[in-house]
Design a protein around this ligand. Structure first.
Ligand code: CAA
Length: 262
């Protein structure tokens, strides 16, 4: 299972699975074999009985510098279309990954690297991280959801400017604009905070955490009224879980909840 060429997997803290993109010679450019390995690792973490939250990161220098330009350069329309090029990147977001995914971004997160980060449930970054959608400079456009997710995150005016100019934005801006949940002065602080947050989430009821992720993600797809109704249905359904009883009883007794995951 750990026989990966372009990524490393580990379980650095209780309940936390980590995927580290590890293709340093190409600044973690996201070639197809790397994405296949990432999907395989995430699938493994999803079914792991021990992993409850997942951290995705790169190196200090690069989260990921984009899709692999050298791999893409010779593609024809019919090859891209008939092989559904890039579609498998979205395995991450199609609902198969129900455990929360935190992206810890340092250095370059460009093109597909920015889009990969945007697929995570939470982004933490360094203040100096270098985000952007530079595809326009290559004569193309974002192809892994950037025009949609970045626009939802920062609004149309900023997204249009970023995507049409290809200008990058800093981690500090990413936090200010709501793309990143938090930014940190140093790489060490980033990694410690990301691990700590993953560990915190991993310490909660698995069923509640998965439900929380599911309903927040619904807000991106549903009109408000439908989203609120969906949330209420899922909220009601959690009264059928043991962990709701355990959590509320522990509160009343001023004790720490011992989750049953039932
Ligand atoms: N694809 C393939 N190789 C890449 C790459 C990419 N996206 N980004 C970097 N590399 C390679 C470089 O070719 C170089 O390899 P060699 O040593 O063999 O020449 C190596 O990584 C190191 O890169 P640099 O020498 O360029 O490093 P730098 O520090 O001078 O610059 C950088 C860093 C600004 C990130 C620069 O590498 C760069 O601009 N990269 C491309 C960024 C980009 O345009 N990304 C968007 C790709 S398109 C896309 O992602 C489509 C989509 O929506 C899915």
């Amino acid at each position: 299972s750990s026989n990966y060429e372009y990524i490393q997997v580990s379980e650095p803290r209780p309940g936390v699975g980590q995927v580290t993109l590890n293709r340093p010679k190409a600044l973690n450019a996201l070639c197809t074999p790397l994405i296949n390995e990432l999907n395989a690792a995430l699938t493994e973490f999803q079914s792991s009985p021990t992993v409850r939250a997942i951290l995705l990161t790169g190196s200090q220098k690069a989260f990921a510098a984009g899709a692999d330009i050298k791999e893409m350069a010779p593609l024809t329309f019919s090859q891209a279309y008939t092989t559904s090029f890039i579609e498998s990147w979205s395995n991450l977001t199609t609902g198969a990954l129900k455990k929360p995914l935190i992206a810890a971004v340092s250095g370059h997160a460009l093109g597909g690297g920015c889009e990969l980060a945007l697929m995570a449930d939470i982004i933490y970054c360094t203040s100096s991280a270098n985000f952007g959608q530079p595809e326009i400079k290559l004569g193309t456009i974002p192809g892994a959801g950037g025009s949609q997710r970045l626009t939802r995150a920062v609004g149309k005016a900023k997204a249009m400017e970023l995507i049409l100019t290809g200008k990058s934005f800093s981690g500090e801006e990413a936090e200010r604009w709501g793309v990143a949940a938090r930014s940190f002065a140093t790489y060490e602080e980033l990694m410690e905070a990301a691990l700590k947050t993953a560990e915190t989430i991993a310490g909660y009821s698995k069923v509640a955490v998965m439900a929380a992720k599911e309903v927040v993600n619904k807000s991106q797809d549903l009109p408000l009224r439908d989203g609120v109704e969906y949330e209420r249905r899922v909220f009601h359904s959690l009264f059928g879980s043991q962990d709701q009883k355990i959590g509320m009883k522990a509160f009343a007794e001023k004790k720490k909840a011992e989750w049953s995951d039932e």
